[in-house]
Design a protein around this ligand. Structure first.
Ligand code: ATP
Ligand code: MG
Length: 433
């Protein structure tokens, strides 16, 4: 036998058996986002590499270590490591930012990062995310945080903590960078190689380093909140007031700086303790400089992204029920091959009317067809042979109750079948025969 080819490390298959979990989460995120006026946007899986270098940032882990890039016909492309850059590019390219503000869009997409695979950390993962462009007001920050909060609540997820912080604007950050540089300069010999190279260019990135030594050093680093300018400080205070107003509980965590360079002012994360070390199920914030950085007019904007695998993992670990998928309504069991054409026609008619109908396509004996209909949890079965074809009367069996009913296979069959399957009972139908 030929050797099996396995999927690449850090990728996952979602089989039909597991898809209900994804549908549950996708349904909720779409419903909640639409209540807040967000509509879906779809963007390419790959972009010009420069888009991520310019937006996510040259000194971030994502750009320095994690991107999947190819050179194809002399152009460098990268599989998207996140959704914000592509979405903002698309907003610009499609003129959306010339329309009435704010512009809002959400997405569900796959992201690619070359990371060390572990529970909750994959090389291909999926995000639900959204972006809102055109509002500088802290009420917009409160709006999207409450949206994320509502999704988590609607999914039934418990034990999550909302952590917020402000990382200021380029003005207040200049002072902060100086202080940080001074602090890390004195501990230079202990920093990892990547952080050493970041010391001059972007010392804040050191705060986000995953190396245990660097993160230990970073614990005593100066905090940005002490350096906020008046405008940033007021923005942050207003946001906190709005969250209080909505009854959303948060903690201010000055260590949150987020892994991407484009953030300004508000940053936030929803973290759970129920899925191990990779507990951030949602991360986001404000990025007032990004649109200009990508060639647009200065336009404030903000957004967040949730890791769908981490949401599902949390729900599984917390024992939350997922929506159950429907099962087959009718299994038609042809007694022999001669009955197949009529069974096929009957199935075809019912399917056109919206019923989930199956019949034997693998040539099973009648006995094993019955076992199979059990396995697929068919609600009704119908054995179909010469007698049924000639008399145009067949027996419908309710698999739950074992009840049987003779039913005429006339033009009216579909609507009678609808009555039966909706009630799940036979009462009142017999007289129609
Ligand atoms: P982390 O701190 O876990 O590395 P991040 O800051 O890199 O996360 P973002 O770029 O903000 O993550 O992405 C938003 C969300 O996407 C994260 O909060 C997380 O839920 C999810 N996510 C990020 N990277 C991965 C990954 N490699 N595998 C699975 N989910 C991920
Ligand atoms: Mg990361």
């Amino acid at each position: 036998m030929a050797l099996l080819i396995k999927r690449p490390n850090g990728t996952e298959d979602v089989t039909p058996k597991n898809i209900a979990k994804w549908h549950t989460v996708e349904h909720v995120v779409k419903e909640v986002a639409s209540c807040y006026g967000f509509k879906e946007i779809r963007i390419p899986t790959f972009e010009n590499t420069e888009l991520f270098q310019r937006s996510v940032g040259e000194t971030t882990d994502v750009v320095q270590k994690e991107m999947y890039s190819v050179i194809a016909k002399e152009t460098k492309f990268t599989l998207r490591p996140e959704g914000t850059a592509g979405t903002i590019r698309a907003m610009l390219q499609n003129g959306m930012l010339n329309d009435a503000m704010p512009q809002k869009a959400y997405y569900i997409l796959s992201c690619f990062r070359h990371e060390r695979p572990q529970a909750g950390r994959l090389r291909e993962f999926h995000q639900f995310g959204l972006e809102m462009a055109g509002s500088a007001k802290p009420s917009a920050d409160a709006d999207i945080i409450s949206l994320a909060y509502e999704i988590i609540k609607t999914l039934g997820i418990k034990n999550t903590e909302l952590k917020i912080n402000s990382i200021g604007c380029p003005e207040c950050r200049a002072e902060y960078h100086k202080a940080l540089k001074g602090f890390f300069e004195n501990r230079k010999s202990d920093l990892c190689e990547t952080c050493l190279s970041r010391l001059d260019k972007n010392p804040m990135r050191i705060l986000d380093c995953k190396s245990p030594v660097c993160s230990e050093i970073a614990k005593d680093a100066p905090v940005i909140l002490d350096f906020l300018c008046e405008e940033c400080s007021e923005h942050f205070n207003k946001l906190k007031g709005y969250l209080d107003n909505l009854g959303i509980i948060y903690t201010v965590d000055p260590t949150i700086v987020r892994g991407l360079d484009y953030y300004t002012k508000t940053v936030f994360e929803f973290v759970t303790t129920d899925i191990g070390a990779q507990g951030t199920i949602c991360g986001g914030g404000r990025y007032d400089g990004l649109i200009q950085e990508l060639g647009g007019h200065p336009t404030p904007a903000l957004g967040f992204a949730m890791g769908l695998e981490r949401l599902i993992l949390t729900m599984e670990n917390q024992g939350i029920e997922f929506d159950t998928e429907d099962s087959c309504t009718l299994y038609i069991a042809p007694m022999d091959e001669a009955a197949v054409p009529e069974a096929m026609k009957l199935a075809h008619t019912l399917r056109k009317d919206g019923f989930w109908v199956e019949y034997d396509t693998v040539g099973r004996s009648l006995k094993s067809q019955m076992k199979y209909s059990d396995k697929i949890k068919a609600k009704f079965t119908m054995v179909f042979g010469e007698n049924e074809i000639n008399s145009k009367i067949a027996k419908l069996k309710n698999m739950k109750t074992g009840e049987e009913l003779e039913i005429k296979l006339d033009d009216d069959f579909s609507s009678k079948f609808l009555d039966i399957t909706v009630d799940g009972m036979f009462s009142g139908i017999l007289s129609d025969l």
